[in-house]
Design a protein around this ligand. Sequence first.
Ligand SMILES: NC(=O)C1=CN([C@@H]2O[C@H](COP(=O)(O)OP(=O)(O)OC[C@H]3O[C@@H](n4cnc5c(N)ncnc54)[C@H](OP(=O)(O)O)[C@@H]3O)[C@@H](O)[C@H]2O)C=CC1
Ligand SMILES: O=C(O)C(=O)[C@@H](O)[C@H](O)C(=O)CO
Length: 276
Amino acid sequence: MTAPSIGLNDGRTLPSLGLGTYGMNGAEGAEQIAVAVESGYRLLDTALNYGNEDAVAEAVRRVDVPRDELVITTKLPGRHHGYEETLASFEESRTTLGLDYVDLYLIHWPLPRLDKFVDSFRAFVKLQEDGLVRSIGVSNFTEAHLQRLSDETGVVPAVNQIELHPYFPQAALRAVHERMGIVTESWSPLAKQSELLTEPVITEIASAHGRTPTQIVLRWHVQLGAVPVPKSADPGRQRENLDVFDFELSGSEVAAISGLERGRLWDGDPETHEEF
Ligand SMILES: NC(=O)C1=CN([C@@H]2O[C@H](COP(=O)(O)OP(=O)(O)OC[C@H]3O[C@@H](n4cnc5c(N)ncnc54)[C@H](OP(=O)(O)O)[C@@H]3O)[C@@H](O)[C@H]2O)C=CC1
Ligand SMILES: O=C(O)C(=O)[C@@H](O)[C@H](O)C(=O)CO
């Protein structure tokens, strides 16, 4: 089973669910990522800062899946913002990943204090023009940051990967994405296994559909039109998380899950978050 694809504003496509890989490192991580790909994951989400681009590379070498079926995402760290620095950082990531090209490259955090994200995005445009990156996007950007990129480079990012889960449904930013033609990716889509999965709203809907609470949460993301990248190192849970494309939540169930809103869960305000 693989996830259906959705369209991006650059004419390319993205699987509608992917594998988060934060914390999956070394030989064990490579094996966990390879097992996920063998069971149907095609979108992999890594970052230079996760220190596991080598594990992703090893997994990709090991699996019997054509390269052009995989969508490999990595991210530019804060300490490498700036035009030339971005080109060098990308080359470091591309080399570690062992790839001719990266499918999706994201600016990990905007770091507005440095005010270099526009320069980095200009380098992203160059990498895309040179065929080294297929799609270019950002992560943790606000409406104002997205508008600046559009105004100052003439290019709208294909993707904005943001904190998104039932405790923080991000309706306003998702509406901005919709207006600008940006696909939303959801990070920590399970709210990092907090008490979310035991919320009565979720467990009751799960019982009604004969599915697990995790599947209900991931299906909620899919029906919002967002692309979740749940992390699981466990083969059974990886399969469970991918198996959300053969049932549908009603509009009132989606609304009830969104009603769990309580706000950002971690110290991840894009205006102030320092990530290097
Ligand atoms: N752009 C950004 O700034 C950020 C991006 N990310 C990306 O998002 C990805 C996902 O976010 P993450 O923070 O890892 O959190 P998630 O919300 O994906 O939750 C992961 C946790 O849930 C557990 N889990 C997964 N599936 C199940 C299941 N079916 N049943 C029960 N428990 C389950 C995992 O354990 P187990 O592995 O044992 O199954 C793990 O403890 C990251 O890996 C990373 O790629 C994350 C944070 C910030
Ligand atoms: O992308 C992730 O998984 C993160 O945790 C980011 O928030 C990032 O690596 C970071 O900010 C570390 O402090």
